[in-house]
Design a protein around this ligand. Sequence first.
Ligand code: GAP
Length: 488
Amino acid sequence: MANEANNFQELISHCKEYGYIFQSSEIYDGLAAVYDYGQNGAQLKKNIRDYWWKSMTQLHDNIVGIDAAIFMHPTTWKASGHVDNFSDPMIDNKDSNKRYRVDHLIEGFTDELRAKGENEGKEADVLLASMDALLAKNDFAGLKKLIEDNKIKCAVSKTCNWTDVREFNLMFSTQIGSVAEESDTIYLRPETAQGIFVNFLNVQKTGRMKIPFGIAQTGKAFRNEIVARQFIFRMREFEQMEMQFFVRPGTQMEWYNFWKEERKKWHESLGIPPEKLRFHDHVKLAHYADAALDIEFEFPFGWKELEGIHSRTDFDLKQHQEYSRKKIQYFDNDLNEEGKPFGNYTPYVVETSVGLDRLFLTVMSLAYTHETWTKEDGTEDSRVVLKIPAKIAPTKLAILPLVKKDGLPEIARALMNDCKESFHCFYEEKDAIGKRYRRMDAIGTPFCVTIDHQTKEDNMVTIRYRDTMAQERIALADVKKLVLEKIN
Ligand code: GAP
């Protein structure tokens, strides 16, 4: 565990050093739990988003994508239940005044227990089961007692002097309108899903969509997370990739199981090993769900939620129908098993919801590798390499003339011009070739091509593969084709 923690710290430093992730407004000492993506991070994030978008909206012919606004009519959040229910049980330490989400405080304690040994690991399981049962019953007094009985301490004051457990709403609010008196309170959306629900009829009618069908969306969401930690795992401003799948009432469990498996397979298609993924059924269901689970990934700091699959019933559409006083129903003219038309009904919804930033962290924690080996002369060598799958790597190909003279840069530039329409390339002519390879390893570029004097004779180049460091000579004319084959 200590080693994993060190690796995680190294990964965070690496993300900064190589233009992946910066602390937001760093020159002003940063803003807690808010991050900016640098030149490589923004490209990787876009590639992951595009991969999701394509798999949802292009590879499924019954799913379409939309882009709804972040600001929504305030009644949206009353209808959705977020004004009344979107809160977490919190507890404050009276000595440090530090506030904790109750489940995070207890989970942090169980992580420490587990690190101590097998018996303590069993104790941790019992403790988590008790916590789940109390959370399911909203038993706040019981949760406080559980914390006190286990002598769980505040990380700052190191005392067990706790307040009662209370609920805090996680939505950010702001004002709309330029004059204070005319202004109204609106919320920064805490999930993108509501933009899909309020547009259900717009999309269904204009797209002539037939149930079952899905509406997908990617975009920013905001939550005033009290305990924001573990780098980009839990942020106050983050991005979601959500898909609401509208189905006939009564078929929701069938679709819930379908999307559960489909989404796990999708993660595996991104190179995540199956043994690093698992399902975790929710004990305490959100106010809108009749079944819910997390797809968890084994992050360097333990198993945590990566994606949520929720059977949201007809809750949201019915609520919006009631609050807007507009009929939100679907006319189903297909036949049921008895040969009768279904007629009008409110569709049920199965949702898949994955955090783009969490997926980014997943990809990076799998990719970050520190390798050491013994060279032929007996000395040690090492490198840090990001083994990002080629199809989502920010830069696909580095084009490196061996020297910056003798006509080699011209050949390299011509190759760059030929390839850059098709994929992202990087050109560099400075420094020894070994140094340039190492820099490309560190940002995760899967292929490097070196143009040398021999190229002028035989039109062949050296291609070097990031993960194996193997090199081979191939025809200059085949470079683009080879890279395209590998990234598609
Ligand atoms: N529409 C359903 C919904 O929002 P959720 O489980 O609260 O469900 C879905 O969130 C996903 O959004 C999570 O699985 C996680 O990947 C991501 N997510 C949630 N809160 C986050 C945060 N504070 N920072 C980063 N990602 C977050």
